[in-house]
Design a protein around this ligand. Structure first.
Ligand code: SF4
Length: 577
């Protein structure tokens, strides 16, 4: 039995992303205002007083694991801090020009009109990692405790299943599970309210959703995987402030996908591609889709003569309003991507994540005022969300992603109808229209029947990516890209990728799906290798490559991969991404 230190806090935020950083700062600021108003007789109620707030973060610094495109709608940060620019918020540049390209394998057509949801003129191109680093500094200046390298590994409950805090991960365990000389037991951080803002497919949000049934009555969550590179270009290739979104090549019409190119300062571009993780073809490789995207002549011309300088990959919650879990339970709130606050139609979630955090903060003030941290008080969070501009923004686009599960063309018709009717048009959609990605993936046999191919499965993958040279100039293999993600994990620790039944990998999965983990992981973590002992191909997990995107936890068709937090500080380094 390990002896663990217990630290009593009042509020613990799990994850130092935009939602929780905005939440913690807003909480601190609003408590001061609330108490001052009561002192001055301008408000009735109870004062909250000084409370201890902690943010735990698994990355080695705030921003280390933060990755986004990213064009930020400033609506939320302006509410949080009206003078955010004067206070030094590190925006890169202002969007000056929008474009929308429809791509085929040989052409790029500049659409005469940019769809209204993709108009970004006047908004800010940012490195979200830098913005979070800066917000972290603001939180520390306000007296909030931030603990980087402290992954929250487990939710703590009382005897009535109320959340009472989190347990951080142990440090100093070797790959065989034995304690090393530097072993340190994780601590129990006890809190009256715990806020889960771990981003997409949060590992604690997953635990608590299953235990407390927070997804009962909700549609299945669907995810997309965004893969991004930063490139330095010769002067004149692509203007600073220009934002391009693309549709078409290389996605087939049954697969959700689209690209972006954002012009940053100093001839740097953010270029990336999003693939819906609800694809049907088990041979799809989202990393290779992105590489293929760059071979379109119009895209390749932007990158000509340039140099790739950074790489990253991250999933996003794409389901929107209908797939939001219940956002509260006794002692806990769920914010940001963990709560499905992203607007899939605008491909934007920073502003909604921040606003969700701020509304959580206002709910927490009410909880302290009444000294009631149960669902009775915390349920006001959902009411606040539904009365805020988040609802006004997300509810009209509630069918957006579901429509794409019927194919691109019906989705575009539905999107147009939804835009004109503020979401009232249901188009051709059945009521339960978000199907989890792992349920949509076809077996190799079904896929071959669907496309009429008679070739072996690997042949199909080769055909799909035949035009991609992987020449390390324009297109890169996974191993090369991973180097540019700055990933580091101590190799002498247990793997944080728990494959619950590797026998399935060597047998059923090999036969039925051709081991899709080798393709959907954008960091070459999973390999099927011939075993000298059994003579068959067995799973090898190169966990130290992992960029923490969570795709495997989401996309595995048997749902037998469980991503858990590795030792604190391990993972990618997205500084400046
Ligand atoms: Fe993403 Fe899983 Fe691969 Fe890690 S192992 S990079 S979480 S798909």
């Amino acid at each position: 039995m390990i002896e663990r230190e217990q630290i009593e806090m009042d509020v613990v935020f799990v994850g130092a992303g935009p939602a929780n950083l905005a939440a913690a700062l807003h909480l601190k600021n609003e408590i001061v205002k609330h108490d001052e108003m009561i002192d001055k007789g301008l408000k009735f109620g109870n004062k909250v007083g000084e409370i201890e707030i902690a943010i735990v973060e698994k990355g080695s610094f705030v921003g280390a694991h933060i990755l986004s495109g990213a064009v930020m709608d400033p609506i939320a940060i302006r509410e949080l801090m009206p003078d955010f620019l004067d206070q030094g918020c590190p925006v890169d540049t202002v969007v000056t020009e929008d474009a929308f390209w429809y791509l085929t394998d040989t052409k790029g057509i500049n659409a005469p009109l940019v769809p209204p949801p993709l108009k970004n003129k006047g908004k800010y191109i940012v490195s979200l990692s830098k913005v979070c680093e800066w917000l972290g500094e603001k939180c520390e200046e306000a007296g909030i405790n931030i603990f980087p390298e402290f992954p929250a590994a487990e939710v703590l409950y009382d005897e009535n299943d109320a959340v009472i805090g989190v347990r951080t991960g142990d440090k100093g365990i070797d790959k065989d599970g034995k304690h090393k000389a530097n072993f340190e037991a994780g601590v129990d951080l006890l809190a009256k309210v715990t806020v889960l803002g771990e981003g997409s497919r949060g590992s604690l949000a997953k635990q608590i959703t299953a235990r407390l049934g927070l997804d009962h009555g909700k549609e299945s969550q669907v995810f997309s995987l965004g893969i991004k590179e930063l490139w330095e270009l010769p002067a004149g290739n692509f203007p600073e402030g220009k934002v391009v979104h693309t549709l078409g090549f290389p996605s087939d019409t049954r697969t959700y996908g689209g690209g972006w190119i954002y012009g940053l300062k100093d001839n740097v571009v953010s270029i990336g591609y999003v693939t819906g993780l609800d694809y049907e073809d088990p041979m799809i490789d989202p990393h290779a889709e992105f590489q293929k995207f760059k071979t379109n002549p119009k895209v390749a011309a932007v990158l000509a003569g340039g140099k790739m300088i950074k790489y990253g990959a991250k999933t996003i919650n794409a389901g929107g309003y209908y797939t939001m879990p219940k956002l509260y339970a006794d002692g806990v709130l769920i914010v940001g991507d963990s709560g499905s606050f992203l607007n899939g139609q605008r491909i934007k979630g920073i502003h909604t994540a921040m606003k969700s955090g701020m509304l959580a903060a206002e709910t927490i003030i009410g909880a302290f005022e009444h000294q009631d941290f149960s669902s009775k008080t915390l349920r006001h969070f959902e009411e606040k969300v539904n009365l805020s501009w988040i609802y006004d923004e997300l509810h009209p686009v509630r069918n957006f992603h579901g429509a794409f599960q019927k194919g691109r063309w019906s989705a575009l018709i539905n999107t147009g109808l939804q835009f004109l009717t503020r979401g009232l048009a249901w188009g051709f959609l059945p009521k339960e229209h978000h199907v989890a990605g792992h349920e949509r993936m076809q077996t190799v046999g079904d896929r071959q029947l669907a496309v009429g191919s008679r070739g072996p499965s690997d042949h199909l993958k080769d055909v799909r990516y035949a035009g991609v040279p992987f020449d390390k100039e324009l297109t890169f293999d996974k191993a090369t890209d991973v180097f540019y993600a700055g990933v580091a994990h101590d190799e002498d620790q247990p793997s944080h990728l728990h494959v619950l039944d590797t026998e399935i990998c060597a047998t059923r999965c090999a036969e039925e799906y051709g081991n899709p983990c080798q393709r959907f992981c954008p960091a070459a973590v999973y390999e099927m290798e011939e075993s000298a002992t059994t003579g068959r191909r067995e799973l090898k997990v190169n966990f130290s490559n992992c960029v923490h995107c969570k795709t495997c936890d989401i996309a595995d068709p048997y749902q037998i991969i469980n991503w858990v937090t590795p030792e604190g500080g391990g993972g990618p380094n997205y500084k400046g991404m």
